[in-house]
Ligand binder design. Sequence first.
Ligand code: FE2
Ligand code: FE2
Length: 268
Amino acid sequence: MKIFAAAAIALAIGLFLPVAGRAAEPVAGRAAEPVANSICPVLGVRLDDATKVGCEWEGRTYYFCCRMCVEEFKKEPALYLKKLKREEVEDLFGAQHAAVGRMLLIYREMVRRIKNDQPIPPEALEKTLRISREFMQNFHEKLEEKYVFPRFVAAGAQRELVEILLKQHREGGKVLDELIAVAREKVPDRARTAALLSSLIQIYRPHKEREDAVLFPALAGLLTPLQYGELRRDLGAEETKVFGKNGLRDTVNEVAATEKLLGIYELP
Ligand SMILES: [Fe+2]
Ligand SMILES: [Fe+2]
């Protein structure tokens, strides 16, 4: 009842001002500072720039997937803002980890093919090795090592986990070096290839799970809203610097092309 009354008062004095589209109208006398959240604070879905709905709250403009979510937000803003911060931080590496997850399925399919004496299209192996080195190791892992792990070290948090994750990055690099060397041989050793791909799965599956389940949720607790904004901007700039204006899209298309070559793109 109290919450409802507070929301009604806030509505009456214009603290909540739903605004359709990109730009929000400022509350009289002061400009709303845009937050530009990419996820709906209520439903947690990724926002579409063309349809998102803005709502001003305490001098900042937040965006929602629909007006119903704006109404829901008004009931418990503090709860939804806390949820938004956690989900936005967890999402910083979401698209990259989704691609990493698909690469693990590609490794698994290659191992299955080798064990069943089935061929692996050379182009699929070439793409897999290239994406693993250029995207997973030289880009994704380097970003974690530059922007994420040092924050935990500085805060004295998750020390043991960060050490394990770093060790796994190094180990994954060595296994991939060997895999590339085997693939370059005149007649690549299929059994060795399967063993090395299995090692990569063994390293990266728990690695990704622990980053998703422990590290990134914990990162939300280390970042102020300002630091989060800076980190998001820095990661975007790194992506453009390495992959150009298309960002990760080309890499994701390459992953999809590899899945098609291996027959695992479409659901059976
Ligand atoms: Fe990592
Ligand atoms: Fe990662």
